[in-house]
Design a protein around this ligand. Structure first.
Ligand code: PRT
Ligand code: MG
Length: 221
């Protein structure tokens, strides 16, 4: 548990941290360290009652669920996979509209995905997003064997590990650089504020002003 009179916010470094800074600023919070250059994992802020912990993007829901962080920010992609094994564990009050991208099916240029689907072929699909992929293909009635990967999904179709991948795309540059093309959308992705359910009850007074400020700042943006 984080100390009684201090709130702990869990963030991942990189795009989520960067896109959260303006929201923190709107809530009157300045962060004292830069996670890219500092090796610190606990960052102080200009507010004595708020600290930030830096964890892997996929670990943010875990820290919040167990109450080691009172609140956090995580992508809908990460939350969807997390809630597959922890249903109902997290309160997800606000879509912050940051770190936006699309979850897509992508294949090697020249692979006729739609023809393969029409013919009822069984496809091998590599992904980090097993739940989202399973539900997407089940809904479309496409037969797939899913292969779980933890990163660099773009490589899988190039070396014959899979026919297709389900991965996040923002600019599309990574797909293009690897001669891959997106052939189907699975979901629109943005990041959400998540809150520990017990913290909301016991520290609601401390939390509420931050939730309100983030909510206001994200709708204004
Ligand atoms: O990178 P690391 O392995 O440490 O962790 P992570 O990939 O889980 O975290 P991070 O910080 O990269 O992403 C955090 C969250 O940002 C994700 O959970 C998404 O909700 C969101 N997000 C938004 C993205 C992207 N855009 C995105 N483009 N996450 C990943 N990417 C990847 C994409 O898969 C591709 O491989 O970035 C690469 C470049 O994308 P293009 O299309 O711009 O070339
Ligand atoms: Mg990444």
């Amino acid at each position: 548990m984080s100390p009684a009179n201090i709130l702990t916010l869990a963030l991942s470094k990189g795009r989520i941290f960067e896109e959260t800074l303006p929201l923190l600023e709107a809530a009157g919070v300045e962060v004292k360290d830069d996670p890219e250059s500092s090796r610190k994992l606990i960052l102080e802020t200009s507010r004595p009652d708020l600290r930030i912990i830096i964890v892997r993007a996929t670990d943010v829901p875990t820290y919040v669920q167990y109450g080691a962080a009172d609140f956090g920010i995580a992508g809908r992609d990460v939350l969807y996979e997390h809630t597959a094994s922890h249903p109902g564990g997290l309160y997800q009050p606000i879509d912050l509209n940051i770190a936006r991208c699309r979850l897509c099916v992508a294949v090697r240029e020249g692979f006729d995905y739609h023809a393969a689907v029409r013919q009822g072929s069984r496809l091998r699909v590599a992904t980090k997003y097993i739940r989202a992929a399973r539900e997407h293909f089940a809904e479309k009635g496409v037969h797939v064997d899913l292969i779980k990967l933890y990163g660099s999904m773009e490589l899988a179709p190039l070396v014959g590990l899979a026919d297709a991948i389900v991965d996040l795309v923002s600019t599309g540059n990574t797909l293009k650089a690897n001669n891959l093309v997106a052939v189907e959308d699975v979901a629109d992705i943005s990041s959400r504020m998540i809150v520990n359910r017990a913290a909301l009850k016991t520290r609601g007074l401390l939390l509420r002003p931050f939730l309100d400020a983030f909510s206001r700042a994200s709708t204004e943006a």
